[in-house]
Design a protein around this ligand. Structure first.
Ligand code: COA
Length: 226
């Protein structure tokens, strides 16, 4: 996650952002949570945005399979503020879509799609990442965040892709539910504590007929791969 220097692919800093990759496989489903409002990221969300990001540093201590990237030490609030400024700039430029789950003012989930590159050859693609706070997983928040983000991708990106660690079964199920299909594997892409995990590549077109993006029921994942 989070290479602070600018990169060839996408806006600076966004590799880190919501680079999900695989959380625990424990079954924590608890039924839908209608109290969560799913909406676009707002400028006022900085505190909640950082809070959710920081929570991964607590979680990774007890869950070594958590599929998100972490630095040796938690970035400072100042670094986060600088990143949030870049995030907001990219949102305004149309290079980034961010949906948040808001529960009474607390940000409990974030789904982002950032432009893969700014070249003529790669600017049509978006890269998706998602994270839901551990206390709010299994309540349908992820299932609402992704369709909301995909709807916002219409007119910006032609397709969305992502990578997910192979052991992250909840995330893989969520992506399939949202119409993504698996199309490849990156061997040993993720390493933590000397353990390697393969990443699975998944993708789906944006706003394609038969692939509605306005509800959670966006397909059964049987689309043929390109
Ligand atoms: C992956 C993640 C975003 C899912 O979010 P969520 O809000 O818990 O997901 P939902 O409650 O909407 O569940 C969506 C689907 O995922 C699957 N799922 C969710 N929790 C599951 C679990 N514990 N075990 C198996 N499947 C699960 C189910 O198919 C579910 O659909 P269903 O309820 O209709 O059966 C969340 O677990 C998370 O933030 N994990 C840590 C970060 C991460 O791994 N991000 C993705 C990295 S690529």
């Amino acid at each position: 996650m989070f290479h602070r220097s600018s990169t060839r692919h996408g806006p600076a800093g966004w590799e880190r952002a919501y680079v999900p990759r695989c959380p625990s496989n424990s079954d924590s489903r608890r039924g839908p949570s209608p109290t969560v409002d799913v909406r676009d990221l707002a400028w006022e969300d900085f505190e909640g945005w950082v809070g959710l990001y920081y929570s991964r540093y607590e979680e990774v201590r007890t869950n070594p399979e958590l599929g998100v990237y972490t630095f040796e030490s938690k970035p400072t609030l100042g670094e986060e503020a600088e990143l949030f400024g870049k995030v907001w700039k990219d949102v305004l430029a149309g290079d980034l879509v961010v949906s948040v789950g808001d529960e009474g003012g607390r940000i409990v989930g974030i789904c982002s799609v950032y432009r893969a590159g700014r070249h003529r050859e790669d600017r049509h693609a978006g890269i998706l990442a998602i994270a839901v706070h551990p206390d709010w997983r299994g309540r349908g928040v992820g299932s609402r965040l992704i369709p909301h983000a995909l709807k916002k991708c219409e007119g910006k990106f032609e397709l969305v892709r992502l990578t997910v660690t192979e052991v992250n079964l909840p995330a893989r199920a969520l992506y399939r539910k949202c119409g993504f299909v698996e199309s490849g594997r990156l061997p040993r892409a993720f390493k933590r504590n000397d353990a390697y995990f393969d990443d699975i590549v998944m993708w789906r077109p944006v706003g394609e007929p038969g692939r509605p993006t306005s509800s959670a029921a966006v397909g059964d994942g049987t689309m043929s791969e390109g």
